[in-house]
Design a protein around this ligand. Structure first.
Ligand SMILES: [Ca+2]
Ligand SMILES: [Ca+2]
Ligand SMILES: [Ca+2]
Length: 154
């Protein structure tokens, strides 16, 4: 599974940045495959991934399109953006992670926030968030066909 492992040359920072979402997506793909063949999830991590996968896959065709992936991110951005200023402060970002079932130790949380907050103004703008979503999609869509699915797991 190329997509689910890291090349040696990847830096620790990149590794840490992508780690949690990749883990979720990888376990989601694995769980989804399992769901289709065996029809039950093995553990809570897989279950969590599968829930997210099913939420993303709006048309339930077993494949996450670019639009489905981006919409999913925006949905959670908007849910977390309590005061509707199109930005996420630390509290709102923490809320988003919590909704996604991802809770981190505070030093990891701050690091992740700072990576997303590229211009260092202490909020994650919609533009900063969208750029990250695009990068994550490109990274997940290994074969570049505009869909994240089994074909991207080898
Ligand atoms: Ca789909
Ligand atoms: Ca910012
Ligand atoms: Ca693909």
């Amino acid at each position: 599974m190329i997509f689910c492992s890291y090349p040696e040359e990847i830096s620790w920072k990149d590794h840490e940045y992508e780690n949690e979402m990749l883990k979720i997506i990888c376990s989601a793909i694995a769980a989804y495959a399992l769901l289709l063949s065996v029809s039950h999830a093995q553990n809570s991590q897989a279950q969590k991934g599968m829930n997210i996968m099913q939420q993303m896959d709006k048309d339930a065709n077993g494949s996450i399109s670019h639009a489905e992936f981006i919409d999913f991110g925006l949905l959670y951005f908007n849910k977390a953006d309590q005061n509707k200023d199109q930005q996420m402060n630390k509290l709102e970002y923490a809320l988003m992670l919590e909704m996604l079932g991802s809770v981190f130790p505070s030093e990891v949380f701050i690091k992740r926030f700072n990576i997303l907050d590229m211009n260092r103004d202490s909020v994650i703008s919609l533009a900063e968030f969208s750029e990250m979503s695009e990068r994550k999609f490109r990274k997940g869509d290994l074969n570049g066909d505009g869909q994240i699915n089994q074909n991207d797991v080898q």
